[in-house]
Design a protein around this ligand. Structure first.
Ligand SMILES: NC(=O)c1ccc[n+]([C@@H]2O[C@H](COP(=O)([O-])OP(=O)(O)OC[C@H]3O[C@@H](n4cnc5c(N)ncnc54)[C@H](OP(=O)(O)O)[C@@H]3O)[C@@H](O)[C@H]2O)c1
Length: 233
């Protein structure tokens, strides 16, 4: 069993996602207010995006062997919703185990040093392993369902994490807030960063679920993802 997955993004008309030059005064609201209307038990982001929310401090991580209990760590507590980060090498540090009202879950590979696990445990941050050297995203979803009871997951970017879930065929819905702006920055991350080149794969097709005009000139477009050539419904 795994959660139903909705990817939610704010994008320019050319698919870029960094808002540095977009010139909106309150750019967070376009993402946050629409995200808040999508019912989910958790949101998930990539390591780069999460470092905007995690600690700006660097905690010392002892690379030596320390006795840390084996396996996943589910911190106790009354968490109702979760903030999940795909952090294969353990680069996010934490002052507490919360982002806003959400309990943090770190998704790791087994290559992270024991000292990093000690850091997470000292802050009561939950973590799960989903691969030795590389992550198996299907296992990530299965563990989020089984260990934390997450039935609906919102993936909130950035482009690399979206692209890897897309490539693995694990996104059920895509929710795009289309901002009325053309960015045009060479090399800037786009909504889905999945692979280089056109070989050996096909683009993912969507069917329209709904479209709504919001904030005067924005569009909120919701798509279902077609699976194995079958249109989403
Ligand atoms: N407009 C929007 O709606 C929106 C939403 C979110 C973020 N953003 C913006 O997007 C930018 C960041 O996007 P990004 O694409 O550069 O980064 P990202 O997706 O946030 O993070 C990428 C990192 O996550 C880890 N990762 C992701 N998928 C993985 C996988 N399948 N296996 C292993 N590791 C994986 C890797 O970490 P390691 O490098 O540690 O291996 C990778 O470098 C920021 O500027 C942020 O503000 C915009």
């Amino acid at each position: 069993m795994k959660p139903y997955v909705i990817c939610h993004m704010l994008g320019s008309v050319d698919g870029r996602i960094k808002q540095d030059i977009w010139g909106f005064e309150d750019h967070h609201k376009y993402f946050e207010e629409t995200a808040g209307q999508i019912e989910a038990d958790a949101w998930l982001v990539g390591r780069v995006t999460m470092q905007e929310f995690s600690s700006k401090n660097t905690y010392p991580v002892d690379s030596g062997t320390q006795s840390v209990p084996e396996g996943d760590f589910v911190a106790g507590g009354p968490a109702k919703t979760y903030a999940v980060v795909i952090d294969p090498s353990g680069k996010c540090f934490w002052d507490s185990n919360m982002v806003s009202t959400e309990h943090v879950i770190e998704v790791l590979t087994e290559k992270v040093p024991a000292g990093y696990l000690t850091h997470l445990r000292s802050k009561n941050v939950s973590y799960l392993f989903a691969g030795a050297e590389t992550l198996d995203l299907e296992v990530v979803l299965q563990k989020l369902f089984r260990l934390f009871g997450i039935k609906t997951l919102r993936i909130d970017g950035g482009g690399h994490v979206n692209g890897s879930f897309l490539a693995a065929g694990l996104i059920d819905e895509f929710s795009l807030v289309l901002a009325p702006v053309a960015d045009g920055t060479f090399g800037a991350p786009t909504v889905f960063e999945a692979a280089q080149g056109y070989e050996g794969r096909k683009a993912t097709q969507f069917t329209l679920k709904s479209v709504e005009r919001i904030y005067s000139d924005f569009l909120w477009i919701r798509y279902l993802v077609a699976k194995n050539g079958v249109p989403g419904r």
